[in-house]
Ligand binder design. Structure first.
Ligand code: ATP
Ligand code: MG
Length: 679
């Protein structure tokens, strides 16, 4: 294990701005913080079955697990985007599209965060906090320049696994309970050296440490489903990242939208995590003075430019030394810093801030603050960054995408598949086994059974219609259900894949397998009811073959739905395209039109409904069957126009065509997912 990089500077505060910056937290960082030293976060009683012995707690506590400390250094980080502005040359002329100008989002941001430190990023909305945090978490794509090193090395796959990233918006499965969410994550994230029981124990421990014991069996919920409270949900998100005992923890606004007590609790937890030897960086909006005191370091951004980066308690002193003293009614240092980042001085009256003159004043003040930063803070920061020279020997200029060699997964493919399958079934059981879906299928099956009640071969036109209805209904239904699969899960997939939680292939197979039971049970019930009510051939073999063909059709149409969803990743676009495709398949299926012009007849060969319909007729009728074509006159079924046109032979070709589609669509869905996903 690498020893933590200790901060040895011991210089006390002097009056010059530069000397203020030299002081740093001299508190020794403990890599193995003892839980007995910290105030327990949880005030809630823990259910007796969750009581672990003190021994177990000490053995597994997240806070006493060994860590590989990470010193994060970033220097001159700059990021810009193309802004798609349209410039108008005059009032009357049409707007002209000039080459897209680049807009700077981050400009020359530098800093050092060591193990045991908690850095808070402050700044007005849009100042670039999230962008910087994403860059520090190795998740920013695009043109990024500067140097970001982790223990002197660029971002790597092993670093990815040691980094916890809590995004601004919680991405969680709404139907899983708190304990299920954390347990499944533990089973996927924790290394295979731990037994299943130990992984579950770890999840339980996180629940206790984050004070979630009271709501452990409550569903997480979401915007449309009431579940745990916002603060509890945020703690679940933090817990998910804490599971792997990250050495570097990045959090984007973990306290936004929470009451001050909950915010304080979360910040206490973060501070405890930092004191346990972790490097913690958080962005924060409007922290109270109580919260501000918990920060070790602050980084203040103003329109992407840093105006302060250093010890939190010395920020006020620094701004005083460059002529910005807090006003008479000064209470909270964070308010003062945010005002300055907006170019507002404490003595300025709020009512004047909107005027044009004040805009100019604010802009010139921001420029003053930025140049003061460059003059006073940056040289000291640079010296601090370069303090450990051996680190800099490894540093390389970062590219927009860090390369990843051979990925080491925490768990085996099979284990990932099993956990993801179980989690998927649990999350979607309400949807898959919803009464509404069962009612929908049952009512259609009974209604069609009554409409075709005991039809016989003398009404061959009706029977053929029923067979065509089978192929179309079980083409549309699974297709539209499958379209939602990947677009709905996209945020979760991106989040979990970004932290290297599982392979895409194990996720893909688990997701598609999980949907199968319900996708196959419903058509089985449907065919059983309608087949016998509708008076189709009373032969068990024919019935079983009809059922198998319909199930085959279901799998193919589900594959098409998955592929459309994965390619477009937009439910609206995918459903539009799917409805057009299915209507084409319906028209060329062979029931409505028998004489399609040759130049467009090829369409039927790509329609799976056509093959399904043909196969259904093939098993229902044989060449020797006759029907009453006119009163008292019997004709061979092969003379019936619809059957004559399609033919009853070449069944194996139809099976082969459906098999190719079954494999092809699913392969296409997988490739589309692979291309569209990060790594
Ligand atoms: N990919 C992008 N496309 C367009 N604009 C972007 C992109 N990334 C960042 N920006 C812009 O960069 C600026 C900084 O964004 P960022 O999300 O980092 O701000 P922030 O400080 O986190 O704001 P907030 O406090 O509101 O969350 C914003 O003006 C944003 O519009
Ligand atoms: Mg943000």
């Amino acid at each position: 294990m690498m020893p933590p990089e200790q901060d040895t500077s011991n210089i006390t505060t002097h009056n010059s701005p530069a000397s203020i910056m030299l002081t740093s937290r001299t508190e020794n960082v403990s890599v193995h913080a003892e839980p007995s030293n910290v105030v327990p976060f949880s005030q809630y009683p823990i259910p007796s079955q969750q009581h672990q012995g003190q021994q177990t707690r000490l053995r597994f506590s997240v806070l006493c697990q060994p860590l590989r400390p990470v010193t994060l250094k970033f220097e001159e980080v700059a990021y810009s985007i193309y802004s798609s502005t349209t410039t108008t040359t005059s009032c009357l002329s049409l707007s002209s599209h000039k080459p897209k100008p680049r807009r700077s989002v981050l400009n020359g941001v530098s800093g050092v965060v060591r193990p045991g430190e908690l850095l808070a990023m402050l700044g007005p909305s849009g100042s670039g906090k999230t962008t910087l945090l994403t860059a520090l978490g190795g998740r920013l794509t695009g043109k990024l320049s500067g140097t970001i090193t982790y223990n002197g090395r660029p971002f790597s796959c092993s670093m990815k696994r040691k980094t916890g990233f809590v995004a601004q918006d919680d991405v969680l499965y709404p139907h899983l309970t708190v304990v299920e969410t954390l347990t499944y994550a533990a089973l996927l994230k924790l290394p295979k050296e731990l037994t299943r029981e130990e992984k579950i124990e770890q999840a339980e421990l996180i629940i206790v440490e984050l004070g979630l014991a009271r709501c452990r069996n409550t569903i997480v919920g979401g915007p449309l489903l009431r579940g745990v409270s916002g603060g509890e949900r945020k703690r679940v998100s933090i817990g998910l990242e804490m599971l792997v005992n990250p050495s570097l923890l990045l959090l984007d606004e973990p306290t936004s939208g929470l009451d001050s007590t909950t915010a304080q609790r979360i910040m206490v937890t973060l501070r405890r995590l930092a004191r346990g030897g972790r490097t913690v960086i958080t962005t924060i909006h409007q922290p109270s003075s109580g919260l501000y005191r918990m920060f070790d370091k602050v980084l203040v951004l103003s329109e992407g430019c840093p105006i302060y980066c250093g010890q939190a308690e010395q920020a006020m002193e620094y701004f005083s030394s460059i002529g910005f003293t807090p006003g008479f009614n000064f209470l909270n240092p964070a308010d003062f810093l945010l005002d300055l980042a907006n170019g507002i001085t404490p003595d300025e009256q709020l009512e004047f801030q909107g005027s044009v003159d004040h805009h100019d004043d604010q802009n010139s003040r921001k420029q003053d603050l930025t140049s003061s930063y460059k003059k006073n803070i940056y040289p000291v920061l640079k010296a601090d960054i370069n303090k450990n020279l051996q680190d800099s020997s490894f540093s390389t200029v970062i590219s927009s995408k860090s390369s990843c060699g051979e990925v080491q997964w925490s768990t085996s493919w099979w284990e990932q598949f099993k956990v993801l399958l179980r989690r998927g079934l649990q999350e979607r059981k309400h949807e898959s086994y919803s009464g509404l879906r069962i009612f929908q299928v049952m009512s259609v099956s009974i209604l069609s059974g009554l409409l075709w009640w005991h039809s016989d071969i003398s009404h061959i036109q009706d029977q053929v219609g029923l067979l065509f209805f089978f192929s179309i209904f079980w083409g549309f239904f699974p297709l539209f259900n499958a379209i939602f699969a990947f677009p709905q899960e996209r945020p979760m997939l991106i989040k979990e894949r970004s932290s290297g939680m599982y392979r895409l292939s194990s996720y893909y197979f688990a997701r598609t397998t999980g949907d199968l039971p319900m996708e196959l049970v419903l058509p089985t019930i449907f065919v059983t009811v309608t087949y016998w009510m509708g008076g189709l051939k009373p032969s068990l073999v024919t019935f079983v073959l009809t059922l198998l063909i319909v199930l085959f059709n279901v799998l193919v149409s589900q594959g098409l739905g998955l592929a459309l969803g994965a390619i477009l990743m937009d439910v609206k676009q995918a459903t539009t395209l799917a409805s057009v495709t299915m209507l084409v398949f319906l028209l060329v299926g062979g029931y409505y039109i028998q004489h399609i012009p040759p130049f467009i007849a090829w369409l039927k060969y790509i329609s799976f409904s056509h093959y399904c319909y043909k196969l259904l007729m093939g098993v229902q009728y044989s060449v020797n069957d006759v029907y009453e074509c006119e009163i008292g006159m019997r004709c061979n079924v092969t003379d019936f126009p619809a059957i004559k046109c399609l033919g009853l032979d070449n069944k194996w070709w139809d099976v082969a065509a459906l098999t190719i589609m079954l494999v092809g669509y699913r392969l296409l869905a997988y490739v589309a997912l692979r291309i569209g996903q990060p790594h």
